[in-house]
Write a protein that binds this ligand. Sequence first.
Ligand code: NDP
Length: 329
Amino acid sequence: MQTEHHEVAILGAGPAGLTAAIYAARARLDTIVFEGPQPGGQLTITTEVENYPGFEHGILGPELMDIFRRQAQRFGARSVYETIARVDFHHYPFMLWSDTGKPYSADTVIIATGASAKKLGVPGEAEYIGYGISACATCDGFFFRDRHVYVVGGGDTAMEEALFLTRFAQRVTIIHRRQEFRASKIMQERVRSNSKIDFLLDTVVEEFLGEQRDGVRRLTAIRTRNVRTGEEQLLPADGVFVAIGHQPNTDIFRGFLEMDEQGYIITQVRSTYTSIPGVFACGDVQDKVYRQAVTAAGSGCMAAMDAERWLEAFRHARGETPFVVSSPR
Ligand code: NDP
């Protein structure tokens, strides 16, 4: 298969990747965006985004990402609905292979592959994901009309999932391993004032149990343990939403880029440079602190500007172009 070449290859199409695409395409760089397994990123599985500046009354996550994508395309960025499955950053131009087997090469790479929902890793979980266990209330909440569902976690995501599920479920129980919530005060207040939501604190889920009826798998119960008393309970459960945070999507970059112990790509202070010159990282794949759409978008802008300047300097050093330092737009 023939290798397709681009000046900038952007991996991921959340707020970081698409902002990088807007800036790179607007700098007249030939830009391709690999949308990956979740086009639009994590905002496509949320509902209302209330804290993205510029949208006074909030905006739906998928709608916001559609706007980002159209804006990038207006300047000439091309989106392809492929996932990069393998890379070779020891080769220049950098080599990338999509899940279709198609080879690509690129002068610069911007990694914006984000993060994915973490799993509990307890027995029965893998078996019942999609059959009663979910990580996305927006996607699956509708299936739990008038049922009793559980949300596991104590952060903003868990609170948001619980609130959203009250639209459908008859009762929502938040299971959290401590007494205190990590979630922001405003989200905690909303949850506590909702009469459909109750709490099971100091508690962990130890096992998911279910049955097979008419050839269809179905979650029916969870086994929980109180971490203070050790008391175990078997609770009937129609649905469980696991909202315990995220892990960076960096598996394919192992062995090429420096990462921390959790797998987040290490970038240089106040820039998006990774350990390989010409490869940049932005958004949640390199940020475990802020993890907001607006900070991801900001770092996407930085990555495109870093890539543009690096490419100019690199080409100048090779005698390909006169050296021009671009001014910030
Ligand atoms: P967080 O890391 O903030 O919270 C994860 C929660 O899951 C914690 O309460 C943690 O418990 C619990 N947890 C982690 N691992 C386990 C485990 N193995 N078993 C049981 N419980 C576990 O992740 P979120 O996804 O909630 O939020 C990520 C970021 O996104 C935050 O910055 C948040 O503010 C932001 N966000 C903002 C929203 C908004 O503003 N509308 C909406 C959603 C997210 P413990 O507290 O004990 O560590």
